[in-house]
Design a protein around this ligand. Sequence first.
Ligand code: ATP
Ligand code: MG
Ligand code: MG
Length: 354
Amino acid sequence: RTRIGILGAGQLALMLAEAGRRLDVDIICAGQPGDCAEQVAPVVAVDLDDAAAVAAFAAQVDLVTIESENIDATVLHGLNLYPNARAVGIAQDRLPEKSFFQVCGIGTAPFAPVDSLQDLERAIVSTGLPAILKTRRMGYDGKGQVRLHRPEDAAAAWEEIGRVSCILEGMLRFDAEVSLIAARGRTGQIVFYPLIENHHRDGILRTSIAPYAHASTLQAQAEAYMTKILEELDYVGVLAIEFFVQGDTLRANEMAPRVHNSGHWTIEGSKTSQFENHLRAIAGMELGSTESRPTVMLNCIGMMPSVEETAQFPVLFRHDYGKESRPGRKVGHLTCAASETTVIAEWQRRLGQI
Ligand code: ATP
Ligand code: MG
Ligand code: MG
């Protein structure tokens, strides 16, 4: 049995550990007491900023993986880590990430690095307005972003973002936002899930619909981009790439070197979930089929609906991460066959999505 250590013990680690029950693997998480993965797997108290503590944790397992890209690259070096530290390092910093997309021949929004107010004023000229100022590191759920509409917004935006290393991105007009999730095994085998359509509100993912209804030639284009990136990085594990759809072109927004929120529907919707395929990939097993049924996932933000409430809709699958309620926090999700349009609309309403 392979002993897999996960750096982190949040909901992604929880769902990885659930998937691990079906495989010949043992999962141990590095986190803090009370973290939600504790419901399923042992959680060892480890400060993930402390390189020595992380190395000591890694020494107790065969290999380690991550549930968040926001772990300092210096902590990751020297670990038997899947995906590798180079891939994580690129994905955790928006500047090398966007540059890497371009080197791979993948279009992005126009962008420019910003390390001072003067840089920002220059960047506005090159990207045009409106634009989004984003911190290079640590952003998630739209945090660490400020929008600019007029040149005069520069000084206030630079203060608001906290004068940290940023990129400025020109705001794209797009037809849809989609993501592609794939897994690459140690032998180079790659499997892809269908393109997923994602809807955000206040910067937070609310709904994911799979497959994206207007995929046509985009699926092949996204798979070609994904293959290029996976092979270029010698990547092992699940990778998610977020794209903007503009007509029949895709522009890459960002990538996540891990299982992804927009792939939670694969637990019920696919023969093999993203979580199981991630574990299979990193443990050196053959990857499972990604054959999928049309499925919708609704995020529960801030508050989890009660069991009694969801039980009145037997077509729903309820995932409660067991986290404390807090505004803006992802505390669970609901999954449903895409054909249940009335139930989905009702729950989008109840969850405040529409
Ligand atoms: P996540 O939670 O997905 O990691 P994040 O905080 O890393 O989010 P982004 O994905 O970069 O942030 O941006 C959040 C959302 O803001 C995007 O899903 C999109 O709706 C919008 N957005 C970001 N960049 C652009 C852009 N260049 N043009 C238009 N919209 C954008
Ligand atoms: Mg992100
Ligand atoms: Mg994003």
